[in-house]
Design a protein around this ligand. Structure first.
Ligand code: FAD
Ligand code: NAD
Length: 469
């Protein structure tokens, strides 16, 4: 029952994975819940313009690549000439998005969560206006997510389709001849891979000296080799200083990050993918005296309380990796905390996956971070080339790397490059959550023949006793 002085026990602002999950769990726990969302459909960035549409295009483009690239022929499957109906591929992506966003609307109805349509602004800590209505709530959860970080001096126009952000790159109506991706992070490599597979020449310009910041050093080095082998051109330690658009063409000026001679590149599509920033504009945080930190994020404690009594925050808008599953887990935890239970998220064990082919995945500390944190470490590495299933499937790229504490053998981090790395990493996360040692993993029976056996063998390698290398 709602406290009689408030319209709702909980008002969630934003219906992305952080917000909609918090709303549903709070309702499951018997609280009266509303969720404000300004977008026309529920599900936030993830379902509308993020995880789901990107994975739909990654899957579709992978099927196309397999058919057109001869992998099917290798297995004796004769397909004849392969051609692309991009409109149909985009339509099936839109269908997946529609199905899943509609699914959240169904779950809201099922759990009696009221969707307040519009963007919310605080009047005070417990009073919020949404479109033309004002509501009060005993607890307000900020789950407003994040938006694309703009590149100073570069204007994105997703409708024109020449300089686009991730949302534009998910909706292109034609395959570019030459796509230049600014930023060799997750979005750049996933969406760059989609358009490369569909026929574009792709150049990735990355400011740092390696791709995929935040991942283990060995993984980052291998990533560069793999993407180059797949036909991407990589310009590392390079920054884009100017993008000039004339009609359907863009001319980019590139400079080495540490100074040096500039060069120019022509492209008919430029994808700006240099990161995302928290959404706090228009929320009226000033009205409740809540200042974002220097990175624009809302700070919380471990229970997801902000400094302001009754105001909580989760997801991309707070510090930590900008990942849907991290936002979801925080959504569950904050609802449980509001309901008087104990909601906890272990931020040391949040897996991350890049859904290219092969996939890149990791959980826990990188080798560099483990050393920097003062751990004496042992490392076990096992190549996918020596894994019977990967070898049989003609998927030789990649490895599993396990980093364990030298004294206790406790697993500190696991990194995988493999076609199924995103699925394999769940085992590593579970093991770490239970405080496993590398020996625990090595003595766990793994089904044969599976890619996951590479995790067992990497664990055996930590102590120098793998069987297959
Ligand atoms: P969001 O999903 O951003 O949702 C916030 C919602 O709040 C939005 O719908 C917004 O309209 C609404 N909102 C904002 N302000 C207000 C307001 N004042 N009033 C009312 N509503 C408001 N993560 C993964 O884990 N796996 C992936 O494969 C993956 N792929 C991605 C691919 C792309 C192209 C992108 C861009 C992101 C991807 N992400 C992925 C990241 C993931 O989408 C985010 O981490 C996740 O959506 C964050 O959830 P959230 O609930 O914090 O915020
Ligand atoms: P990112 O932080 O992953 O990568 C941005 C890259 O751009 C970095 O490598 C950075 O060094 C580079 N960069 C920054 N400024 C630059 C410049 N001026 N010139 C050239 N390079 C520059 O960010 P992203 O790829 O935009 O993704 C945003 C967020 O969305 C990430 O936090 C990610 O976690 C999330 N996301 C996750 C997934 C997934 O889980 N599979 C997929 C897509 C997005």
């Amino acid at each position: 029952m709602a406290d009689q002085t408030f319209d709702y026990d909980v008002l969630v602002i934003g219906a992305g994975p952080g917000g909609y999950v918090a709303a549903i769990r709070a309702a499951q726990l018997g609280l009266k819940v509303a969720c404000a969302e300004g977008r026309a459909t529920l599900g936030g960035t993830c379902l509308n313009v993020g995880c789901i549409p990107s994975k739909a295009l990654l899957h579709g483009s992978e099927l196309y690549d397999e058919a057109a690239g001869g992998m099917m022929a290798k297995y004796g499957i004769k397909t004849g000439p392969v051609s692309l109906d991009l409109a149909a591929m985009q339509a099936q992506k839109d269908e997946s998005v529609k199905g899943l966003t509609g699914g959240i609307e169904f779950l809201f109805k099922k759990n009696k969560v009221t969707w307040l349509k519009g963007y919310a602004t605080f009047k005070d800590a417990r009073t919020v206006t949404i479109a033309d209505q004002t509501v009060t709530a005993k607890n307000v959860i900020i789950a407003t997510g994040s938006s694309v970080t703009p590149l100073p001096g570069v204007s994105v126009d997703n409708d024109a389709g020449v300089v686009v952000d991730s949302t534009g790159a998910l909706a292109l109506a034609r395959v570019p001849d030459h796509m230049v991706v600014i930023g060799g992070g997750v979005i750049g490599l996933e969406l760059g891979s989609v358009w490369r597979r569909l026929g574009a020449q792709v150049t990735v310009v990355e400011f740092l000296d390696q791709l995929l910041p935040g991942m283990d050093g060995d993984v980052r080095k291998e990533a560069a080799k793999i993407f180059k082998k797949q036909g991407m051109t990589l310009k590392l330690s390079t920054k884009v200083t100017v993008v000039e658009v004339k009609g359907q063409k863009a001319t980019l000026t590139l400079e080495p990050s540490n100074g040096g001679a500039a060069e120019t590149l022509e492209a008919d599509c430029v994808l700006v993918a240099i990161g995302r920033r928290p959404n706090t504009d228009g929320l009226g945080l000033g009205a409740i005296g809540l200042e974002p930190n220097a990175r624009g994020q809302i700070e919380t404690d471990h229970e997801f309380r902000t400094r302001i009594d009754g105001v909580w925050a989760v997801g991309d808008v707070i510090p930590g990796p900008m990942l849907a599953h991290k936002a979801e887990d925080e959504g569950i935890a904050v609802a449980e905390n509001i309901a008087g239970l104990t909601g906890i998220v272990n931020h040391d064990v949040i897996p991350g996956v890049v859904y290219t082919s092969p996939e890149f995945a990791g959980v826990g500390l990188t080798e560099e971070a483990a050393k920097a944190a003062g751990h004496e470490i042992k490392v076990g590495k096992f190549p996918m080339m020596a894994n019977s299933r990967a070898k049989t499937n003609h998927e030789p790229d990649g490895f599993v790397k396990i980093i364990a504490d030298a004294k206790t053998d406790r697993v500190l981090g696991v990194w995988c490059i493999a076609t199924l790395a995103g699925t394999m990493i769940a085992e590593a996360a579970l093991a770490m959550e239970f405080g496993a040692t590398s020996e625990d993993i090595a003595y766990t029976c793994h089904a044969h023949p599976t890619h996951s056996e590479a995790i067992k063998e990497a664990a055996m390698t930590v102590n120098g006793k793998p069987i297959h290398i």
